[in-house]
Design a protein around this ligand. Structure first.
Ligand code: PSU
Ligand code: MN
Length: 309
């Protein structure tokens, strides 16, 4: 592809991924912050590899995205996933971080925003993750709003997630996305899911019931020239959902601890995720793993439907 020739200066696309993109075969992008900052070792490696496997089983090629020694990698080998997962300090790479990490030849783990940017450059249209970033509680004071939301506003990638965690202000997150013109599609649900639970208390914009319907909406959006992402909110399977009260209490305590420790900026999300896992003694991690695998199944099906559109 002509577009990739200029990109070769800084992007390495794994050969099977490149071939699939060129032949318009289904490809699904995956992020790497979930590996380095979202889950503890070794669950992070196991999950990253299993999620790739789920995508393959459902007919698509996985492309985990990260930056290694200042080179953007679209599609990681198992060895590269392990290498990244074992590193002590990897920079969390959102839009603002990308040029610096590349210029300084550092390693970087891409967030939802970072992954969307790179997937779009490479020509990958579907991206699977756990949860998106959003407007943090208390953002009226702190102005802590994830760059993920701005990326969803402008970059043409469909993001399959299990909603957003209620470490965020979900109501404000949805308002922000509405202002930015990002459609929120509930996958076989009318309710916006809250990651560990199936209902955040907020409705989605539209319910969609199958991968073809999603592929069609995405296609129409971009064909019309309406730039930006689409959120496909896929609730965690009932059997793996956490009890509302358990997770609510865990989130309250995690936020209190965060305020005590004066955590701010890009440390906020990783801090809260780690605390939740500690407080729920691993129950939140088990749910997290299951919901990502469930998203991989749906994401692969959407990519398959899209490739045959
Ligand atoms: N939410 C999760 N798990 C995660 C993240 C968010 O439940 O791993 C990660 C994603 O990579 C997301 C990023 O893009 O955190 C958002 O960070 P921030 O709030 O600093 O933008
Ligand atoms: Mn933030």
């Amino acid at each position: 592809m002509k577009k990739n020739i200029q990109l070769e200066n800084f992007i390495d696309i794994k050969s099977e991924v490149k071939e699939a993109i060129e032949k318009n075969k289904p490809v699904v992008a995956l992020e790497s912050t979930i590996i380095t900052h979202g889950m503890p070792y070794p669950a992070n490696i196991e999950t990253a590899i299993e999620v790739e496997e789920v995508i393959r089983q459902n007919g698509a090629i996985p492309a985990t995205i990260a930056i290694i020694d200042g080179r953007i990698k679209v599609g990681l080998s198992k060895e590269e996933i392990e290498y990244l997962a074992k590193l002590e300090h990897v920079v969390k790479a959102s839009r603002r971080d990308l040029p610096v990490i590349l210029a300084k030849k550092l390693h970087g783990a891409t967030t939802v925003a970072g992954t969307m940017i790179i997937a779009n450059m490479a020509g990958i249209k579907v991206f699977v993750t756990g949860g998106i970033g959003g407007v943090h509680r208390g953002a009226q004071e702190t102005m802590d709003i994830s760059a993920d939301l701005q990326e969803l506003a402008k970059t043409d990638v469909a993001v399959v997630c299990a909603g957003a965690k209620s470490i965020l202000d979900i109501g404000l997150t949805l308002e922000y996305l509405e202002t930015q013109g990002v459609p929120i599609l509930g996958y076989q649900t009318e309710r916006f899911p809250a990651f560990y639970t199936r209902d955040s208390g907020f409705a989605v914009d539209y319910q969609v019931n199958n991968p073809e319907e999603v592929a069609n909406i995405i296609d129409v959006k971009w064909e019309m020239g309406l730039h930006g992402g689409v959120v496909i909110a896929n609730p965690i399977p009932e059997a793996h959902a956490l009890e509302q009260k358990l997770i609510d209490q865990a989130i309250e305590s995690a936020i209190v601890e965060m305020e005590k420790s004066k955590i701010s900026g890009k440390e906020v999300t990783p801090f809260l995720l780690a605390k939740l896992e500690e407080i729920t003694v691993g129950k939140s991690l088990a749910s997290n793993i299951e919901l990502v695998k469930n998203n991989a199944e749906v994401g692969a099906a959407i990519a398959v439907a899209q490739a045959s559109c």
